[in-house]
Ligand binder design. Sequence first.
Ligand code: FES
Length: 180
Amino acid sequence: MPDETMVERPGGREVKDADDRAVKEGREMQSELRREGAGGAADDSQRDAGERRKQEHVIGPVSDFPDGSHRVVDVDGRQIGVFNIRGSFHALPNICPHQTGPVCEAKQVVGTLVATEKTDWDPEWVKDGEVLICPWHGLEYHIPTGQCLAFPNIKLRRYDVSVEDDQVVIRLSSRASPSK
Ligand code: FES
């Protein structure tokens, strides 16, 4: 019988309570990521539309988001990065799927180097002003698509954002309350 403060893993390795807490916190963080959709490939439109409805949130005048700028806003308790790239608005969750870093708090939005057969393997600067680099470990994400450049299976969800009457509006999906 193992000590109360210890847990035996299938491989026989024992870990302390602190590790249990870390595992629990990790699971909670994964749940949060699933809720935020940070690690998923689906956009709102791909989700179960029958169970969801959109809520509009006006987050400020367009003048607060000049061309080439980005900042993180709190929308209904969610941290969302809002980007103005050459007049097009994009909104992404401020949670990196890697280790939950504040991905949208990157100081700069940049481009990236790509070498392909087309350029005879000479590096070429592409996606200028469209790439976000997570400040924690440097994963790059393409803002307009949410795609992680290094890992095709990782994609940030994208929130529905638009400009209406000179106001920036984000629409969040929320799961409808279960009927009783
Ligand atoms: S948390 Fe973003 S790259 Fe690690």
